[in-house]
Design a protein around this ligand. Structure first.
Ligand SMILES: Cc1ncc(COP(=O)(O)O)c(C=O)c1O
Length: 405
């Protein structure tokens, strides 16, 4: 197989039969699934997050950078130079990355309610200012991790929290939210409907502030701040890769639900402050095959809503791309794939064997890269070579969403 990775097709024949259409879409007929490539994406430019986000997080109680692992074994099996895993398994004591977004957004939203929004407010200042007043409740919908982060932030600040969840999410995710003293509201509906229900509840309550990690027309400011908050992950990564003697990744893999996290990936690596081509990696999005809202939108060239069902990758089980993410992802994402729950479970186990703590959403990055590399056209479209430096963003711990739940 020469340069190509050795395994990864779960069925079908090697090499897969492909059709590359005029708009760059790659269709893999052998497995009945499609991937997407945009060869112009590395030329896209967007606005990076403000520089003071990391400084804000560093001053929050409990801040510590997450670990960056290197796996020579994965580099060997994937046929690339080096593979790193950014392990978001413990963030401010929580088992997923979400608190970096929620904390920055809550802080910005509360600062706007003071007489001096531009003051350099810390979380502690805001707790002193707003806490214990009994006046405000933070409201959100979640598949688990975002809601726990909002509830945790509310608790740190002495505010109330009401968190709406699809009833079908895992037991551990619900327990995690309850453990933050939040009011948990279970709704027997998919995530996108739960967002609507939470929004209606927040609209009806003058003491409520909606803190949602996805945007829609008319609700864009708080999600934009959440995306800015995620930039801390990438600033840490820059420093960690520099310590390893590297300028940056050549390939960056991000799991995608509503697309806010990968919007932050794009904001960082397509930021107007990064002009040199060598600093612009290929960006790969990974979604569950049962919730491919970004892939379907990229293929259609416009936002497309998809019906969602059940997947172990609860945080990625979303039917709509965030409105503020869409134009950035349309222009700036090089490649998109979907994976099955079985492929994902195999990746959870492979990472566990390598002593990396990745839950189902976190391991999606590895499964998605394996999936993309199984198609030589995708590998080529992402400009991958035997020397490429790959970073897999692993977004949650096994504890956030145990596979046996
Ligand atoms: C663990 C985990 N990974 C990835 C994502 C995807 O992030 P986004 O919905 O911003 O695309 C989520 C979202 O909830 C998540 O909980």
């Amino acid at each position: 197989m020469g340069d190509h990775p050795q395994i990864f097709l779960t069925g079908g024949r090697w090499p897969p039969k492909r059709h590359v259409s005029h708009n760059g879409q790659v269709t893999d007929y052998s497995s009945g699934r499609t991937g997407y490539i945009n060869s112009a994406a590395r030329g896209a430019t967007t606005t990076p997050a403000p520089a003071d986000v990391l400084r804000f997080h560093r001053r929050m109680p409990g801040y510590a950078p997450t670990r960056l692992h290197e796996s020579a074994e994965l580099a060997g099996t994937l046929g690339v130079g080096r593979v790193f895993i950014k392990e978001e398994a413990v963030r401010f004591g929580l088992p997923a990355f979400k608190m970096v977004g929620a904390s920055w957004a809550i802080h910005r939203a509360l600062a706007e309610r003071t007489e001096d929004p531009d003051f350099d407010w810390t979380f502690d200042d805001l707790a002193e200012r707003f806490g214990g007043t009994g006046g405000m409740t933070l409201v959100c919908a979640t598949d688990g991790n975002h809601g726990r982060a909002v509830a945790h932030g509310a608790r740190m600040l002495g505010l109330g929290a009401r968190v709406f969840v699809p009833a079908q999410i895992g037991r551990r995710a619900k327990e995690g939210i309850r453990s933050e003293n939040a009011d948990l509201v279970e709704v027997d509906a998919p995530y996108d409907d739960v967002v609507m229900e939470a929004t209606a509840a927040a609209d009806a309550d003058p003491a409520a502030m909606m803190v949602q990690d996805t945007a829609w027309e008319g609700y864009e400011q708080i999600p934009a701040w959440i995306v800015e908050g995620y930039s801390t992950i990438f600033r840490e990564l820059d420093a960690q890769l520099a310590d390893a003697g590297l300028e940056g990744p050549d390939v960056m893999v991000t799991p995608c639900g509503v697309g806010s996290l990968i919007q932050a990936t794009a904001a960082h690596y397509r930021g107007s402050d990064r002009s040199a081509d060598s600093l612009k990696p290929s960006l790969l999005s990974v979604e569950p095959d049962g919730a491919p809202c970004l892939l379907e939108s990229l293929k259609a060239g416009r936002p497309v809503a998809v019906a969602t069902g059940h997947t172990r990758m609860a945080g990625l089980n979303c039917g709509n791309v965030s409105t503020i993410a869409w134009p950035i992802l349309r222009d700036g994402i090089d490649a998109a794939v979907t994976i099955t729950d079985d492929e994902d479970l195999a990746a959870v186990k492979e990472l566990e064997r390598l002593q990396i703590d990745a839950g189902p959403c976190g391991a999606a990055s590895l499964a998605g890269l394996q999936r993309a590399f199984a198609d030589p056209a995708m590998r080529e479209g992402m400009a991958v070579t035997g020397q490429s430096v790959v970073v897999l963003l692993s977004t949650e711990s096994r504890e956030a969403n145990p596979v046996e739940d």
